[in-house]
Design a protein around this ligand. Structure first.
Ligand SMILES: Cc1ncc(COP(=O)(O)O)c(C=O)c1O
Length: 412
């Protein structure tokens, strides 16, 4: 019988290859899933974990008009659409400045660089996140220093920061995972008391709020991703960094455009990370609908949670008092997660694991020498979390079918 997928599996790996069991298991698990997977019934409607087709059917005409307009102007990079989008996103986040860039990853790299992070520095961040949060730090030659999460929110445990700070710590990144704000009061207090720049990774949480204030307005800078699957998604890659600091905004504008402070005059090495006009125009159309889509996501989440109240062994997402979750993901916890995922797939219900491997067990960070057990809450979450279908257009009958299938699984 195949071994259960546990992060604990890497404990017994040889010290020079701490991840070999993890990798071996990945292949074994895939084979196992393929061979034991029952054939879905073709008559039953597929419920994907994520679907953009209904959204495009509703707003396609508006999108095509906006794209047509850009084609008509023949201005493709750093034009009016991008500037207008920057103003609109700054307003949405409750900050003074926004700088459009090519992706959320670039927004993180440029924000860290603008905040002074350099090779040899350390940056504190949660280990439960998409790899980009860590690789942005690595891209600058700095070292990510991981922190564990709170098990009920999956976000950075602020108490971990004091434990992990060293004389080389130069910045903190707070990630608002799945669309829920991290506990910002103690994180901001920590960053202030140690005079460290704080960067918010809002890639999954545009429009979320903490104690009545929008995410993106707490840090020295905050980063947004407009990857197509995000709550506000482009039709390709795009991102933005936002800030209240005029100086940081200027620095970000310079860095995204080859370090140019004037035309064809560069004072430092930069990048080409400019947001293009077609993506900006598409995002501006979608922004007009965002509040309505966020309401629909919240309403879908409330319906899931209401139905899950009767289901033992399943932990629905927690929305702490004072937080407004935007449900980029609706993520439950279940001990027999792999089997549940197979059970749902057999009933044509999509689900995804975000994320099966915390950053400290990624082969990318093997050189940091972490071992299983270093971040127990993150490791356990990685084994138990499962994100269910979630998008604004999801219907009540589809939610009921998902909950019914989960209920059937936990009761058998
Ligand atoms: C938490 C988090 N940070 C950063 C990123 C990187 O954003 P992008 O894919 O736009 O580079 C993502 C995107 O998936 C993300 O989810």
């Amino acid at each position: 019988m195949a071994a259960k997928p546990t992060v604990a599996g890497i404990i017994s790996a040889p010290p020079d290859q701490p991840h070999c069991h993890l990798l071996a298991y990945t292949e074994e698990r895939l084979d196992n899933v393929m061979s034991t997977h029952p054939q879905p019934n073709p008559a039953v409607e597929q419920i994907p974990q994520f679907d953009l087709s209904a959204q495009y059917a509703a707003i396609g005409a508006e999108i095509r008009t906006a794209v047509e307009h850009v084609l008509f102007t023949q201005q493709f990079v750093l034009g009016r659409e991008g500037t207008a989008l920057e103003e609109e996103i700054a307003t949405l986040c409750g900050v003074a400045y926004a700088v459009g860039v090519a992706s959320g990853t670039d927004a993180l790299i440029l924000a860290l660089r603008a905040c002074g992070v350099r090779s040899g520095d350390e940056v504190l961040l949660p280990t439960s996140t998409f790899v980009a949060t860590g690789s942005a730090v690595s891209a600058l030659g700095a070292t990510p220093v991981f922190a564990d999460i709170r098990p009920e929110t999956y976000n950075l445990d602020p108490c971990e920061l004091e434990r992990r700070i060293t004389p080389r710590t130069r910045a903190v990144i707070a990630v608002h995972l799945y669309g829920l704000a991290a506990d910002m009061d103690p994180i901001v207090a920590f960053a202030k008391s140690h005079k460290l720049p704080l960067i918010e990774d809002c890639a999954q949480a545009i429009g979320a709020a903490y104690k009545g204030r929008g995410v993106g307005s707490f840090g020295d800078a905050a980063c947004l991703s407009f990857y197509p699957t995000k709550n506000l998604g482009a039709y390709g890659d795009a991102g933005m960094a936002v800030t209240n600091s005029h100086e940081l905004a200027e620095r970000l504008r310079t860095l995204r455009n080859h370090g140019q402070t004037a035309k064809y005059l560069s004072s430092e090495p930069g990048w080409n990370s400019r947001l293009d006009e077609i993506q900006a125009a598409i995002l501006r159309v979608k922004l007009r609908h965002l509040a309505e889509w966020q309401r629909a996501r919240r309403s879908n989440a409330a319906e899931y949670t209401r139905l899950f109240q009767q289901v033992p062994g399943v932990m629905p997402p927690h929305e702490p008092e004072g937080c407004e979750h935007v449900y980029h993901q609706y993520t439950i916890r279940c001990e027999r997660r792999e089997a549940l995922q197979q059970h749902l797939a057999a009933r044509k219900i999509g689900s995804t694991v975000y994320y099966p491997y915390p950053l400290h067990v990624q082969p990318l960070y093997a050189h940091l020498g972490h071992k299983a057990g270093d971040f127990p809450h993150a490791e356990r979450a990685a084994q138990e979390v499962l994100s269910l279908p979630m998008y604004p257009e999801l219907r009540r009958d589809q939610i009921a079918r998902v909950v019914e299938a989960v209920t059937e699984f936990v009761r058998c």
